[in-house]
Design a protein around this ligand. Structure first.
Ligand code: ARG
Ligand code: GLU
Length: 715
């Protein structure tokens, strides 16, 4: 009996030792590095089930959705699922006051009702391949890093050109580990992608910005699209003749549910992480960059929020802009908390000391790595003030004051004029469309306030050497909001009709009147100043840091030989794996691994926009009509797992040990948002929508159960 207990304890210990797993791994290298561990954690399939060039594999069911999300195929007829927030723009574009799909949801009742989305594409990875030696070939005989980089760039262009096979594919060669390795990725891109279904925002965006980045969560963050192809199943521009795409693979959906400790993997396109930064870089983010950007966004959100709350029309106009500003603003705050809690800067320093000891031991400190680490210190010292300038220009000028954005469109138009000062019609049409879109969501009182609030701050926070003299003069001359207001109201840019007729005139001569416009001229000065006085040095330092990271990274990998390394996310296909598990955010609090419809009802509050539960959902809750989607009488909504994810993983499939779809990834928890910089297995969790909630919404809530007929459900 005693012996048995001991064994049991040992087994339990070893099981719990296999917990959260840091890393975003390269699909073609799973067999070599990860498979054994994945199988030990419960994965029942093989590496070639995930990625195979010769046979259909899971990778054939995963797409890069648009520019920055992931989606996955869930039927043999091209049906695709991704997040509601990934399809948000498409849903919004199809919405009008009469057909407000954002508010009421949208469900195509048949193929004819599916809505095309010009500009939207999905990319399938055909293959990926290590091309390091080809990319570096010819660099061996060069010592000058600049010349080496030129050779590398031209090798890359050549490789991509060949792989494109005359436009049949899209090809891209990307550096991994700061250029210590290169991979070629070849994609097939489909451009006829139609909207099939979306729940109302009260479900798909439930909790809004209040709940964003936070667990426990109750967002039904999904939408459905369908990929169309020509009759040979190949990519084709939108046409009525196109037919649903027949994928090589699609995911069966498991409704068996999830339990703590279950193996899970996330397969998708994480955008960008920076796990190998030096302590100087992390300190800069923590002490300067995040606080600066949060500071400006606090003001923007306050301004937009106040106007949105007092006028329903303004709320719609600024919904998407506000969400965009708020998303990163909130993440940076969580990131800072996490950096402090982990003492990330100190940890990086400790690591650098270990690295130094190793380099000394191998006689490589004095001449090789000491100068390199000193160089980082020096470079970040020079970089800090420029990064500040770059952040304030970004937050105030490039995407702050809205008339500056409009000015940038007009500048773009003027630049396209020929020698006679005529602007091509295509440019006029394009910019006119942009301007109309701009005014549709423009509410002057909001922008006036942005102008008189942000500009003085810009002048105060940046050293005079980073602001053009004429702008500085305006800022110091106008000391009150009223004075700024007067200036703003003199701008012709506030007058839609005049601006549109200017654009239509197509004549640069007419546009000359902009040269007296107070807002346009201010923008022009800022643009020119930034491009000539700031950006060249900024870029040079950034490039220098980037190239210096290559030998540092190589040194670190040498020091830690035998350990597993994963490259930073770079918008290429990756596998993250871990387990379904809750966590302890603070002393005395334990978070469960899942949430239910019960929690949506607890949050219900018709007075708060983000928590206004649709009455149909309340009815289903009252009658407990959950069908096969129930779990012990409850309706599951979301769950958390320890998969290492980042922005871009939105919409990624969350897959169980058998390779079935159990969830859609859509967020990370608050306590783990620093995972782009440093991962903490105790606190980092990805948040997924439970597939059973998505199916319940489609079937019971929307009455679109016919869509389930083409899916494969595993009961
Ligand atoms: N935080 C998630 C992500 O980074 C969801 C964002 C949805 N947008 C929002 N503002 N609520 O994309
Ligand atoms: N919501 C994020 C996205 O749009 C994913 C969450 C994250 O950053 O982990 O990609």
């Amino acid at each position: 009996m005693r012996k048995f207990n001991l064994i049991l304890v040992a087994v339990l210990l070893s099981l719990s030792g296999l917990q959260a797993r840091e890393g975003m791994w390269i699909p073609v290298l799973l067999e070599k590095y990860n498979l054994a561990e994945m199988q030990q954690m419960g994965f029942k399939l093989t590496a070639s089930d995930i990625y195979d060039v010769n046979n259909a594999s899971m990778k054939d069911a995963v797409v890069l959705f648009g520019g920055g999300c992931t989606g996955e195929l869930i039927s043999g007829e091209g049906l695709l699922i991704t997040n509601h927030h990934c399809g948000y723009r498409q849903i919004q574009t199809h919405s009008s006051v009469e057909n407000d799909y954002l508010t009421h949801g949208f469900w195509a009742k048949n193929r004819d009702e599916e809505l095309p989305n010009p500009g939207l594409s999905v990319s399938f990875l055909e293959r990926m391949e290590d091309v390091t030696s080809l990319v570096l070939s010819g660099t061996e005989i060069e010592n000058d890093p600049e010349k080496q980089q030129k050779i590398i760039n031209s090798n890359i262009i050549e490789l991509e050109k060949t792989a494109q096979e005359d436009g049949k594919f899209k090809a891209s060669v990307r550096p991994f580990f700061y250029g210590n390795q290169y991979f070629l990725h070849v994609y097939k891109v489909y451009t006829d992608v139609r909207l099939v279904g979306a729940p109302p925002s009260a479900i798909g965006k439930f909790g809004g910005d209040t709940d964003n980045w936070v667990w426990p969560r109750h967002t039904g963050d999904f939408s459905l699209f369908r990929i169309y192809a020509n009759k040979d199943n190949e990519p084709a521009a939108y046409s009525k003749e196109n037919v649903p795409y027949k994928p090589k693979r699609f995911f069966p959906i498991s409704i068996k549910g999830v339990s703590p400790e279950d193996f899970t993997m996330v397969f998708g396109y994480p955008g960008r992480t920076t796990q190998y930064l030096t302590s100087d870089a992390v300190r800069l983010i923590r002490e300067q960059r995040n606080p600066d950007r949060i500071f400006v966004r606090d003001m923007k959100l306050d301004i937009m929020g106040r106007h949105m709350n007092s006028d329903p029309k303004v709320r719609i106009q600024y919904a998407s802009k506000h969400a965009g500003v708020s998303n990163a603003w909130k993440k940076w705050q969580g990131e800072n908390l996490g950096i402090d809690r982990l003492a990330a800067v100190e940890k990086k320093k400790e690591f650098e000391n270990e690295f130094k000891a190793w380099a000394e031991e191998h006689g490589r400190w004095e001449n090789e790595f000491r100068p390199l680490l000193e160089k980082f210190n020096d470079l970040y010292g020079q970089y800090a003030p420029l990064a500040k300038a770059s952040d304030f220009y970004a937050e105030v000028v490039w995407s702050g004051v809205e008339l500056f954005t409009l000015s940038s469109y007009l500048q773009m138009l003027i630049r396209q004029a020929n020698d006679e000062g005529e602007i091509p019609e295509s440019a006029r049409i394009a910019v006119k469309r942009m301007a109309e879109g701009f005014y549709k969501d423009f509410h002057q009182p909001v922008d006036e306030e942005l102008f008189f609030t942000l500009l003085p701050v810009f002048g105060k926070k940046l050293p005079a050497s980073f602001v053009p003299a004429d702008v500085l003069k305006v800022i110091s001359k106008n000391t009150s909001s009223d004075q700024f207001l007067k200036l703003y109201r003199k701008s012709v840019l506030t007058d839609q009709a005049k601006v549109i007729s200017l654009i239509e005139s197509g004549s640069v001569k007419k546009m000359k009147l902009l040269l007296n416009d107070p807002v346009f001229t201010m923008f022009s000065s800022l643009r020119t100043f930034f491009d000539t006085q700031i950006n060249p040095t900024l870029k040079e330092i950034e490039d220098n840091i980037e190239t210096s990271m290559k030998p540092y990274m190589a040194g670190v990998m040498e020091m830690m030989e035998g350990q597993m390394f994963y490259p930073d996310a770079n918008s290429t296909l990756r596998v993250a794996y871990g387990r379904v598990e809750g966590y302890q955010p603070r002393d005395g609090i334990v978070f469960k691994h899942y949430t239910t419809l019960e929690g949506i009802m607890e949050k219900d509050n018709p007075d708060i926009y983000d928590y206004d539960v649709p009455s149909r959902l309340k009815e289903l809750f009252q009658s407990k009509d959950y069908g096969v989607y129930a779990d012990n009488g409850e309706l599951p909504v979301c769950f958390v797992a320890s998969n290492h994810t980042t922005g871009g993983n939105s919409g990624s499939p969350v897959i169980n040990a058998e390779g079935h779809l159990i969830g859609i990834n859509f967020d990370r928890c608050w306590e783990g948002t620093m995972s782009d910089i440093m991962y903490d297995p105790e606190q980092c969790r990805n948040i997924a929508l439970d597939m059973r909630y998505a199916l319940f919404i489609i079937d019971k809530f929307a009455g679109a159960g016919y869509l389930l007929d083409e899916m494969e459900l595993i009961r």
